[in-house]
Write a protein that binds this ligand. Sequence first.
Ligand code: NAP
Ligand code: HSE
Length: 424
Amino acid sequence: MRSVNIAILGCGNVGKYVVKNLFELRNFIKEKFSLDINVKKILVRDKQKERIAEGFKIPQHLLTTHFSEIIDSSPDIVVELIGDLENSRTYIRECLNRGIKVVTANKLVLTFDDEIFQNPNVFFDASVGGGIPIIRTIINSVPDDIYEITGILNGTTNFILSYMEEGKDFQESLELAKKLGYAEPDPSFDINGTDAAQKICILSALVFGVRVRPNEILKEGISFITKLDIDFAREFGYSIRSIAISRKKNYEGEEKLEVAVYPALVPSDSPLAQVKGNLNAAVIKGKRIGELFLKGEGAGGNPTSISIIADIIEASLTYRESKKEFLAPNDKLIHHDMMVSKFYVRLSVVDNPGVLAKIADSFGKNNVSIESVLQKGRGITISEPVPIFIITHECLERDIKRALEECSRLDVVLQTPFYLRIYQ
Ligand code: NAP
Ligand code: HSE
């Protein structure tokens, strides 16, 4: 039996469940892995705060507010669960310099600090997909040519979108997601797609060896999605999900990458549409393995702690030497204007004869072919706007943008047109 000393930085939503579950699973881990894992110290800001995870009270004597006490506890592994950039980065570097392995769920540090991201003794399965072993699966279990990874990687936005599907309000759903501990300290990171962008960039580096940055990819949030979009997407046979996508594409004879985060229409009978609440999922497509689908709890302390504990076990059992190497992204990314997709369009128009013909003309002139159109109801007065919903056939994003720019100049179109991509 090998004894492994660990120290934890942070004891919030995730940290307290790591402590609770390490205590609960101690005998299981001893029997299965011959490891006796001991929590020696936990760094927090406020020692007086009461910390309880499902009735388990975090022992007060383990808490400290001094990082020096973390080092003095001689840990073999430090688990970083503070979640900011600067403090976390400083502490992680200090540990690595001292030969201490690090387990972290910190997307910010992994996104902005190449040295930490590439260090072979930093383990970060929980940084993407919470309790789902997405990173562990792609690294350890799929020695195949993966050509696409698409996921629902943000629990908070998925929670909000699926609550809105049930008729709940955006703000009410966000407040609940915050209360349940799913949201980031600044929830705008969830809502505007930043969190999912950081995660898909981590996956792109691991799967395709390309170090893409969140500010280099297409990133759209969910705050413009209305109940109307959700209802009409359903009428067309789709559900709206915020997806993060990274896939190889042949572009003008060259292999390129399409990396993006956006709310998309997914067929209502597809596995992605069945991902509800705080659940996350990942579709991994490989040349030989076909399609894998992983689904589970993508946010929340209890499930996320299990990925952390799996990393603690892996870190205890392995010593990795080789640094992760990545190619520079530069010319690898396809600009989103050149992405091909079907589109969903919402227009607010005057309810007059000939309106549809004018819109169809703008679409046609810009190489956009219409698959179906829906208009429900009529304005009570002739000047009252009515919404029109259109699904297009596949076209370049550049072309739908041009068609909609032209539409917005028509006197019959009353508001800036809105569009979403359809995931295929
Ligand atoms: P959290 O609830 O905000 O907890 C942060 C903890 O860090 C708190 O205990 C806080 O101490 C401590 N802390 C903050 N700044 C500190 C400092 N300067 N020095 C010492 N301690 C400090 O965060 P969380 O939700 O547990 O998330 C932790 C990490 O896991 C983040 O990187 C997050 O992105 C990631 N993650 C979270 C989830 C989730 O569902 N929440 C899922 C996957 C990954 P006090 O308690 O004393 O204030
Ligand atoms: N705020 C994140 C989410 C936590 O909602 O998915 C997990 O990384």
